[in-house]
Design a protein. Structure first.
Length: 182
């Protein structure tokens, strides 16, 4: 199975995107070491190294991300090829059901997948989500309403939630800053 990768600019920093023939496998802010680790996991799971290039999935993703950041898209239609354990995939699929502009606690997520006592395991699975923004782990917050854990950093999480609440772009970008891209 061929893996293709490209870098996509966003208002919050450049992102690394990887897709297989089946769909999107990885979307992470490229300024993170975790992107390298997750890329290695995807390559191991899909049988080979990713090559620089584009396919229909990556082209669709580029359009949908631009629409999302412009406030014109609330749901992504890009096909997904999730790489994880069955539990992680169940947790990630539950993330896809959190409505745009809404948040859920980790405990609510655990109940949503039928594992009400697995709050910490759900939090760990969210932390292993390889498809940032499209699989909206940024919509999960602490039970007390606090912003907790996001691989892209809390300023980006805050910015994504502000974007989804209808804040003007200058407000949510200034909150997150403009992270350096490589």
């Amino acid at each position: 199975m061929a893996l293709l990768c490209c870098h996509l600019p966003t208002p919050l920093g450049e992102m690394l995107a990887v897709a297989s023939d089946r769909g999107l496998c990885l979307l992470e802010f490229d300024t993170q070491q975790r992107a390298d680790r997750e890329l290695a996991q995807v390559e191991a799971a899909r049988g080979g190294p990713a090559q620089e290039g584009r396919n229909a999935t990556l082209d669709q993703l580029a359009v949908e991300l631009a629409e999302y950041f412009a406030g014109r898209r609330q749901r992504f239609g890009v096909p997904l090829d999730l790489v994880g354990t069955p539990f992680q995939i169940a947790a990630w699929q539950a993330l896809l059901h959190i409505p745009y502009g809404r948040t859920r606690s980790y405990a609510e997520q655990a109940r949503a997948i039928g594992r009400p006592t697995a709050t910490r395991a759900v939090a760990a699975a969210n932390g292993q989500n390889k498809i940032s923004i499209v699989v909206p782990c940024h919509r999960v917050i602490g039970s007390d309403g606090s912003l907790t854990g996001f691989g892209g950093g809390l300023p980006r999480k805050r910015a994504l939630l502000a974007l989804e609440s209808g804040a003007k772009q200058r407000d949510w970008i200034s909150d997150a800053g403009r992270p350096a891209c490589r």
